[in-house]
Design a protein around this ligand. Structure first.
Ligand SMILES: [Zn+2]
Length: 131
């Protein structure tokens, strides 16, 4: 009887430690990807909540990102459903480095060269575009 009780306690404590999943819009400290209707991707990082940053792109952000310029120039539309979190990265330097790697690895990216130009060329052979 004592053994059974212990197993139930272990089982109960295991399941009570499960966390609720974080909603996409509630993610922060992330690298994210937004897919345009023309299939081009925009990859960036932010410390902000994802939805807040996404809305800034749509409303003409202050930094004139490649995405907001693309939307203005082409009239293309991007949808929240076509935006996703690539990964969560704590720390500004790590997050910017991770962003540059994802941009360089991706085909069909509309990011500006200034978004990834500081990534050393020693990584070139390792970052073959994904097919
Ligand atoms: Zn487009």
């Amino acid at each position: 009887m004592l053994v059974l009780r212990s197993r139930l306690e272990i089982c109960f404590s295991f399941f009570t430690k499960l966390k609720d999943p974080v909603l996409k819009e509630q993610n922060s400290d992330i690298c994210y990807r937004i897919k345009c209707e023309c299939e081009l991707m925009y990859i960036r990082n932010t410390r902000q909540y994802f939805k807040e940053r996404f809305d800034q792109h749509l409303n003409g952000d202050s930094e004139h990102s490649a995405l907001s310029e693309h939307i203005i120039q082409t009239g293309h539309k991007v949808e929240w459903e076509d935006a996703d979190v690539i990964c969560t990265v704590r720390g500004d330097c790590k997050r910017f480095f991770t962003e540059m790697i994802h941009i360089r690895k991706s085909k069909d990216c509309l990011n500006k060269i200034t978004d990834w130009q500081h990534l050393g060329h020693s990584y070139d052979n390792l970052l073959v575009p994904l097919t």
